[in-house]
Design a protein around this ligand. Structure first.
Ligand code: ADP
Ligand code: MG
Length: 251
């Protein structure tokens, strides 16, 4: 038998390397363990969803990634570099953008002012987010560019928070329960917009209680409850798992 080169050297080109890895994260508050050994791997260019009820540990996990709390144990690696417990500004500079669940805007600054605050040139050669691109994506923000952010609706403020984070040109975006408290029509706009940033190649970690919304946009899902992962897999794998669906997703 003739061995071809490929028999000897199997081609091992990794198409989607993991850019963020969490290993065995543990976090407690006053002796109460709220994250009990969570591990995640986020592949470049994918949208991974952390789905779980209120109090499951979604926000705490995101805050740990951003260096905004101190885990008891575990490691967080970004592009192969240990970032566990690093200063939040350094983690942001490394290319991770965070949209917190309480969607903070500067209410007394204009929309444009809010966008300017977050402006930063990209670390790598990825296509830069500019004001023009942001306005194209969110025409509303252009329309209201000179209005104070505090006068915008909740949905518009959510878009502004996301847009402001994009102005920092992250290459990995954390969205903590972005659909929460938004009217269905705005959730739809948010979803369209998530699809656009996905098409642009952005890697996203989305946390949601809104299962339907998360599953619609995710490539991969992690179901968390009580500080640990109950299921991990592709959306197809989840769709085929009747037991998990029934138990955790009420579908
Ligand atoms: N700063 C804190 N002090 C004490 N307990 C906290 C703190 N932050 C979160 N928790 C607790 O940790 C658990 C997980 O919270 P959180 O990560 O906010 O959940 P989720 O975002 O999934 O709703 C909850 O039981 C919450 O009460
Ligand atoms: Mg939360």
């Amino acid at each position: 038998m003739v061995n071809t080169i490929s028999t000897y050297y199997p081609v091992a080109i990794e198409m989607n390397p993991d850019i963020l890895k969490i290993e065995n994260l543990v976090k407690s508050f006053n002796g109460n363990t709220v994250i009990n050994g969570i591990s995640l791997s986020i592949a470049q260019g994918e949208l991974s969803a952390i789905i779980g009820p209120n109090g499951a540990g979604k926000t705490t996990t995101m805050l740990s990634i951003m260096g905004l709390n101190r885990p008891k144990s575990g490691t967080i690696t970004y592009r192969g570099k240990d970032i566990t417990g690093h200063a939040p500004f350094k983690i942001a500079r490394a290319g991770i953008g965070f949209v917190p669940e309480d969607r903070r805007v500067f209410p007394d600054l204009t929309v444009l002012g809010n966008l300017d605050v977050g402006r930063r040139t990209p670390k790598n050669k990825s296509k830069k987010w500019t004001l023009e691109r942001i306005y194209k994506l969110f025409p509303r923000l252009q329309e209201f560019s000179h209005r104070n952010a505090g006068t915008l609706s909740g949905g518009e403020q959510q878009m502004l928070t996301i847009a402001g984070t994009l102005m920092g040109n992250p290459d990995f975006l954390l969205l903590d329960e972005p659909s929460e408290g938004l009217a269905p029509i705005i959730v739809k706009v948010l979803g369209e917009f998530i699809e656009v940033i996905k098409q642009e190649g952005m890697t996203v970690l989305l946390s949601e209680q809104n299962t339907k919304f998360a599953l619609k946009h995710a490539d991969r899902a992690y179901i968390v409850d009580n500080g640990s992962i109950k299921f991990e897999g592709s959306i197809d794998e989840l769709e085929q798992n009747a037991e998990i669906k029934k138990r955790y997703l009420a579908v």
